[in-house]
Ligand binder design. Structure first.
Ligand code: PMP
Length: 359
């Protein structure tokens, strides 16, 4: 019944997680109600919340001097939260790498509060690559350095972690939990949930302790990491169901072998698709090889008049949501953790068949 889903987000969730949620929906562990119907301050929900946090800490080996926050407003709220929380001490200057549409949104928001120095930009080649460190011009007084390790729309992923002297801030919305990361190199990591974490409505923040006291005066309470940290991410009612489901995803991930296993799988899935695209004269991927995302694979057909037919037939073949982002057109296959290898095998086989019939 379930089809292969390549949606960029909200994205496919692991089937065992959905089954468990379904099974527990009416009667959660014999309580006679669902997890959505109990107080977020109840002992039973606190256990869910704490277990989710611990599992995430285990999965990413998050050191003790980092707070793990469950936040609201998606990654977009964090575009504002980052300057609000970090511009309160010293100069209101920040370094940003402009790597595509999501970096651009973060930059626009930061500019409302301070000065943004674009350290490097992929604009010269239409954002088809991750700019390397050799071209950077860092400011000496930056409050922080922000980058977007994976551009979900452009399909551009950094294959390195920037080495910087000020706190490094990363929007990991679309590649968190897809590989081990050296958390200690970061000041702040944030990610919307609806790709590799769980359903939309919740975001994760990982914030180094010493950065909790740098907020600008007048920071809205709902954006303050310090308030969230002190309240155990429950200064107001959190999205309890999303939090619970994220916890089930973390458990599932641990059972699958954690982020190391996810990384191996991401290599296999993305290599299979990219190699097929590169062998074909009919499909092509605009992203430079060294910067290709393992999570989001954008590709175009040689004749865009076939796009509609490709999408119609792929849906019919049980391959969902391959349409590229509305701003760029073409196709995009998102290969997050919950997308199995078989989905990519089915996609490649459909693409080969479509090419034979329509090229
Ligand atoms: N950053 C990146 C890299 C994203 O992919 C997205 C959503 N696709 C966002 C930020 C915005 O996330 P949200 O919709 O959760 O605010």
């Amino acid at each position: 019944m379930r089809k292969f889903n390549f949606c960029a987000g909200p994205a496919a969730l692991p089937e065992p997680v959905l089954r468990q949620a379904q099974q527990e929906l009416l009667d959660w562990g014999g309580r006679g109600c669902s997890v959505m119907e109990v107080s977020h301050r109840s002992a039973e929900f606190l256990e869910v919340a704490e277990r989710a946090e611990q599992d995430l800490r285990d999965l990413l080996s998050i050191p003790d001097n980092y707070k793990v926050l469950f936040l609201q407003g998606g990654a977009t709220a964090q575009f504002s939260a980052v300057p609000w929380n970090l511009f309160g001490v010293g100069d209101k200057v920040a370094d940003y790498i402009h790597s595509g549409q999501w970096a651009d949104k973060a930059i626009r928001e930061a500019k409302r509060y301070g000065q943004v120095n674009i350290v490097a930009s992929g604009e010269d080649r239409s954002f088809t690559y991750a700019p390397g460190a050799e071209s950077w011009t860092q400011s000496d007084n930056a409050a922080y350095f922000h980058y977007t390790p994976n551009e979900t729309i452009g399909g551009v992923e950094f294959d390195y972690v920037p080495d910087v002297t000020c706190p490094l801030v990363a929007d990991m919305s679309s590649n968190i939990l897809s590989r081990p990361i050296p958390v200690e190199k970061f000041g702040v990591i944030y990610a919307g949930a609806q790709k590799n974490i769980g359903p939309s409505g919740i975001a994760v923040g990982i914030v180094r302790d010493d950065l909790l006291d740098r907020a600008m005066e007048g920071i809205p309470r709902s954006l303050s990491w310090k308030v969230a940290a002190e309240a155990g991410s429950m200064d107001n009612t959190p999205p309890t169901f999303a939090w619970y489901l994220a916890g089930l995803v973390f458990r599932w991930l641990k059972g699958q072998g954690g982020v190391e296993a996810m990384s191996t799988l991401a290599d296999r899935k993305s290599t299979l698709l990219y190699e097929f695209i590169d062998r074909s004269d009919f499909y092509s991927c605009p992203v430079e090889k060294s910067s290709r995302s393992r999570m989001n694979v954008p590709f175009v057909l040689a004749d865009e008049r076939l796009d509609k037919e490709f999408l119609r037939q792929s849906e019919e073949a049980g391959l969902l949501n391959l349409k590229g982002h509305r701003s760029v057109g073409g196709m995009r296959a998102s290969l997050y953790n919950a997308v199995p290898l078989e989905a990519v095998e089915a996609l490649v086989s459909f693409m080969a068949d479509f090419e034979k019939r329509c090229a």
